[in-house]
Design a binder for this molecule. Sequence first.
Ligand code: PBG
Length: 344
Amino acid sequence: MSAERNSLPPFRRYRRLRQSAGLRRFARETLLHPGDFVYPLFVTFGSNVRREVPSMPDVYQISVDQLEREANELLSLGIGSVILFGIPEVKDDEASGAYDPDGVVQQAIRELKRAAPELTVIGDVCCCEYTTHGHCGILHGEIVDNDRTLTLLARTAVAQAQAGVDIVAPSDMMDGRVKVMRAALDAAGYISLPILSYAAKYASGFYGPFRDAAESTPEFGDRRSHQMDPANVREAYLEIAADIDEGADAIIVKPAMPYLDVIAGARERFDVPIAAYNVSGEYSMVRAAGQAGWIDERRVTMELLTSIRRAGASQIITYHAKDAAKWLREDYGGVPAAAELVSR
Ligand code: PBG
């Protein structure tokens, strides 16, 4: 036996560092932390509302009065931030619910900053949840009018700033929005408010369940005239460079799983924080396959989140945030500050 081994040519033994949980932990390159998770919240009008989204198990449309409870749960799990989407009571062609000082997101921002000031509140800035036709801005015929929409986006960002938001995140994909928004915020006195732009946002089939949750499915057509073609990556770097040049402080790549190459490429090229949006369809697929017993949901979820982080994302916007934070805590005995991924 040992003679046989001695007769083998020399080679490297990578298995040495894989043979126990302790050695695997020692050699682990990528860690997850709940503080890097951003949890999306769908805020709706009315009171005492907690309505589960049919295509997204455990994701709810909630009313403003439910936010304190929600914020406390997130903070107790160590989750650092939320991103807000609004479902207004009335929609119109000018998306006025988006920038109304009493719009549902503005109310939500005020309530969250009152109830949980330490939670970072990000406001998604887009018109699609507020227009009757579900498009991302003012229509000219069947096309979203870029330059007229910019005015609405800037007004929305200022309205969120006045309500006390910590970060504004434009998700509309109009050209020039970061520049116009930065100028409007500065003119209104909000020179210190950061912009997190969805710089590389693809026209994706993975947004389907979100549009149920946010009630923002376009009445006709789609978003391919402004969101990016899934086939392109160099164009994503142009978009990111433009947004940084216009004043974006951090950027988002979206969706996450099918665009890990974009995240990794952006990480090499740009030095701003890069967030990844692990979107609704990615979440619903994992949950559905888990419920069917076809995959080990916990294991798959943690593997996916780790992959997104390994690709280079610093923050992960994800509907899995609460579950993942609980699993990290279970694995690491309630010390989220020291939490790291366990490959089970
Ligand atoms: C636009 C917006 C969308 C998402 C986030 N912001 C939908 C869209 O572009 O149609 C999708 C997020 C998800 O699917 O989880 N306001």
